[in-house]
Design a protein around this ligand. Structure first.
Ligand code: ZN
Length: 340
């Protein structure tokens, strides 16, 4: 796999000047979701199905448990599927991102996020001789990835599936073929024309039942079709160091898989994993920022202070490189082929 080296900082994808308002929208969302706490339901481990879990921590009124068998941690009890559908259809955060953050950051997001994803996806298609007939993106959001993929002129058909109304409207305005529907209902039966590639970025961690999602992905893909996912790695650096202080640990992220547990879930759903990595670039910077603002306390003379603060210029980039290279970043990528 060709190495993708694009340097980027948090500012590129989440401009600081917009984040105060985004935080207010998020606080509204959290209160709204908790208003239906009586409808939250308990679930077994979303990766392996084990009932053996221990309490991990709580944050903003949500309780997290960790699977004793596969280390996945997850919100439990969690909002039911109808509560989640209601929550996302009326999300203040998604409205705000659609109106402000995505437009302001779109060019940079396309360059530093979407473009490397398309590169890696096409390299896989070429390396494995996966036909580039059709591409479905599930959770297309602002449509940035679909537009970048379209610009390469490799896929004959590109479809954006986006259930949030405002974002679906944006996808259509961008000229994309758009399906405004939850994926679980779209994928309940195989479509007449199944897809050769399905991509879904930062979606599976939001879902009540990831296994149902992967089973629907299997129905929607042709035999041998390629599935590409990204999501947080719950065993990665910034989540493991910061715990509840990590911005990745939030009310929307119900599932925190590890490379191992996501691989097992994919295998259980008849996928063969062919590419796995943790291409995240922000772990060290995220922990450094929390330490600099005082939100998180690094030991005064400890190892991490040396790497992340005292000798940041010399050690920080190499340290992030090490995390990314060795499966230790909190952002992971997995690609798998549909088996029959
Ligand atoms: Zn488990």
């Amino acid at each position: 796999m060709g190495k993708i080296r694009v340097t980027f900082r948090e500012e590129d994808i989440r401009p600081a000047r917009l984040m105060d308002e985004a935080d207010k929208a998020m606080a509204l969302d959290i209160a709204r979701l908790l208003s239906r706490r009586a409808e939250f339901v308990r679930v077994p481990c979303p990766a392996c199905g084990s009932q053996a879990a221990r309490p991990l921590f709580s944050k903003n009124g949500f309780h997290y448990e960790q699977c004793a068998d596969c280390e996945t941690f997850y919100i439990n009890p969690r909002p039911s599927p109808p509560v989640l559908a209601w929550f996302y259809a009326n999300s203040a955060t998604y409205d705000y991102w659609n109106a402000h953050v995505f437009p302001a950051a779109e060019e940079r997001r396309r360059k530093v996020i979407a473009s490397p994803r398309v590169d890696r996806l096409l390299a896989l298609c070429d390396g494995l001789a996966v036909p580039t007939e059709s591409l479905l993106e599930v959770g297309a959001a602002f449509g940035t990835f679909c537009l970048e993929a379209a610009s390469r002129n490799r896929f004959k058909r590109i479809v954006a599936l986006e259930p949030t109304p405002g974002l679906a409207r944006t996808c259509r305005q961008h000229g994309l073929e758009t399906i405004e529907q939850p994926f679980e209902s779209y994928g309940a039966t195989p479509p007449a024309d199944r897809f050769s590639v399905l991509a879904s970025f930062e979606v599976i961690e939001h879902l009540f039942a990831p296994r149902d999602f992967l089973q629907a992905a299997h129905r929607v893909l042709r035999p041998g079709g390629l599935l590409v996912l990204t999501c947080p790695n719950g065993q990665g650096f910034d989540i493991q160091v910061l715990g509840t202080q990590s911005d990745s640990v939030d009310h929307e992220h119900l599932n925190y898989f590890s490379p191992k547990s996501l691989r097992k879930l994919l295998m259980d759903c008849n996928f063969e994993v062919i590419d796995m990595g943790t291409p995240g670039r922000l772990d060290a910077e995220l922990v450094r920022k929390k330490a600099l603002t005082g939100e998180f306390e690094l030991a005064a003379d400890g190892f991490l202070r040396r790497v992340l603060i005292d000798e940041w210029d010399r050690l920080g980039p190499a340290f992030q490189e090490f995390l990314s290279e060795h499966g230790l970043s909190s952002h992971m990528w997995m690609a798998a082929r549909s088996q029959h």
